[in-house]
Design a protein around this ligand. Structure first.
Ligand SMILES: Nc1ncnc2c1ncn2[C@@H]1O[C@H](COP(=O)(O)OP(=O)(O)OP(=O)(O)O)[C@@H](O)[C@H]1O
Ligand SMILES: [Mg+2]
Length: 237
């Protein structure tokens, strides 16, 4: 691969058992950009993120994934995480019985460390205020912030956000948008999956659209926002 490509999927295929889900996806992500990964329900967005993070399911059967010249396709999920790929899943997975701070500290146990607690609390004042509160008792928006903060507590080169705005009030969405902007300023590259395509495109430099496990569009966010036909066909906005 050419050395200036930061992250790349090459003809990636993945299955849940017999179900063929990711059907030959290729895409490139530039360093420091926000890429919106869009598409209708069931298009394969979550499956693509899980494949990138090297989750056991769906199982990748073909293709290559490269991060700064490292073969992510040859890695297990813990190795991908150690290489700097951090997935913030839709269900957030806050650990019960642990405080906000314990959730963050646990994330720093494995190498490599990312933001310090002080750095995290300066970017997430709500979490600072609630550091001794049990994580699962936070509001939905605060749990989303904790899930993102936990990813940042490890070294992040590529942040994968799966529907970070889902179920959240507009004012909380705005707070998380500011955090995504902060993350971008710090040089981290992000792939954001969102049903709220307009909100995602507002943040994004570029966008891709998946349709039944295949790429239907790749281009700039501005280009997609300007193309009513594409938006109607694949995004219903
Ligand atoms: N664990 C699983 N086992 C079998 N099939 C699955 C599994 N998870 C997802 N699928 C199927 O894979 C396809 C893609 O699902 P995926 O969750 O990747 O879509 P998505 O684009 O994230 O959708 P949504 O917008 O609803 O989150 C769907 O047809 C779904 O039913
Ligand atoms: Mg999904």
């Amino acid at each position: 691969m050419s050395s200036d490509v930061f992250f790349e999927l090459r003809d990636v295929h993945a299955y849940y058992g017999e179900s063929y889900i990711v059907q030959g996806v290729s895409m490139k992500v530039n360093k420091g950009e926000v890429l919106a990964l869009l598409g209708r329900n069931g298009a394969g967005k979550t499956s693509t993120l899980r494949t990138i993070a090297r989750a056991d399911n769906p199982g990748m059967t073909r293709g290559e994934i490269w991060l700064e010249g490292q073969p992510v396709h040859a890695m297990k999920s813990w190795q991908a995480s150690q290489a700097g790929i951090q997935l913030v899943p839709e269900d957030r997975r806050i650990i019960p019985g642990m405080t906000v701070e314990e959730n963050l500290i646990l994330s720093q146990v494995a190498p490599n460390k990312g933001w310090s607690l002080e750095q995290i609390y300066s970017h997430f004042p709500r979490l600072a205020e609630r550091r001794q509160q049990e994580g699962v008792t936070l509001s939905g928006g605060e749990q989303q912030m904790l899930a993102v903060a936990r990813a940042l507590a490890r070294e992040v080169k590529l942040l994968l956000l799966d529907e970070p705005y889902e179920g959240l009030a507009p004012v909380i969405v705005e707070e998380i948008e500011h955090i995504v902007q902060d993350i971008k300023k710090s040089g981290i590259t992000t792939i954001i999956v969102e049903q709220n395509a307009v909100a995602a495109l507002k943040m994004a430099d570029r966008a891709v659209i998946l349709d039944t496990g295949e790429l239907a569009f790749e281009g700039s966010a501005a280009e997609l926002l300007a193309d009513a036909e594409l938006r109607n066909r694949y995004l219903a906005i």
